[in-house]
Design a protein around this ligand. Structure first.
Ligand SMILES: [Zn+2]
Length: 262
């Protein structure tokens, strides 16, 4: 009974590192066609589509020019769809209802879309904000530290860097409530801070998980550790260099007396 022409459809015009543009109708109204700008966030686990779209009117006779200009080929993440096909669709007066969410089931030109963004179309959209440090678009509630919303890169560098909440001893029970919380720990970002993820716990009883975290930390007193509460459990990180607590009789020579390590 479903008449296919009544199904919501989207023709993706192009995209870049921060935005994807699509239209659902090439029928001009007041010599303009409507396009929707969907914000994008690049994360270590892939691209995420934003929930809030912006509506723009584009001169119907300059759709190709607008697309070319908006998605500058100098940007390595920019792409533009087949403009010949766009021209054909315009000539037949193609029009469909605007979809409520952009998924691979509604996009008519999946072949034009880079793989990263195809993957994003398979997942639910998220609320996006700008990172408090670098202003890059990031997922709103993924990486929050001291009430600041950060991108994955800045979160890993800040929380798992030298000034992060590292420990030399197992956690007392109450301290488990104060652990950094993140949906996931991205292994490639740990390289930059010289940290290894030595234990990842997912989906087991919490009391047992906490015991395992503390056993792991207690078994290696020579290194500083940091436990992270992840969406499914805990990840324990270990600093690669040995803990910088020197024994009293071997103070480091390269440190000015009373000086703080930078
Ligand atoms: Zn950032």
């Amino acid at each position: 009974m479903s008449d296919r022409s009544d199904d919501p459809r989207a023709y993706v015009l192009g995209g870049n590192a921060s935005t994807l543009a699509f239209t659902s109708s090439l029928v001009a109204d007041n010599r303009q066609v409507t396009a929707w700008l969907v914000p994008l966030a690049w994360t270590p686990i892939g691209v995420v589509l934003g929930e809030n779209w912006q509506r723009v009117g584009i001169a119907a006779d300059n759709l190709a020019g607008w697309t070319d200009q908006t998605f500058d080929p100098a940007d390595e993440r920019s792409f533009v769809s087949s403009l010949r096909e766009l021209d054909l669709l315009a000539r037949i007066g193609w029009s469909a209802p605007v979809p409520e969410t952009l998924g691979d089931d509604v996009v008519v030109n999946l072949d034009d879309i880079p793989e990263d963004i195809l993957d994003a179309l398979a997942h639910a959209p998220e609320s996006l904000v700008q990172c408090a440090i670098c202003r890059r678009t990031c997922v709103r509630d993924h990486f929050v530290w001291n009430e600041r919303r950060l991108c994955a890169w800045d979160y890993h560098a800040t929380v798992f860097g030298k000034r992060g909440p590292w420990r030399d001893a197992p956690y007392e029970e109450r301290l488990f409530e104060t652990l950094p919380q993140a949906p996931y720990v991205a292994a490639p970002l740990l390289e930059e801070v010289g940290v290894d993820a030595v234990l990842a716990i997912d989906g087991i009883d919490d009391a047992l998980a906490r015991r395992l975290v503390n056993e792991t930390i207690g078994a290696d007193p020579a290194h500083a550790h940091l436990a992270v509460r992840t969406s499914g459990g805990y990840t324990v990180l270990r600093e690669r260099s040995a803990a910088v607590e020197p024994a009293a009789d071997e103070a480091p020579l390269d440190q000015p007396p009373g000086g703080e390590t930078p």
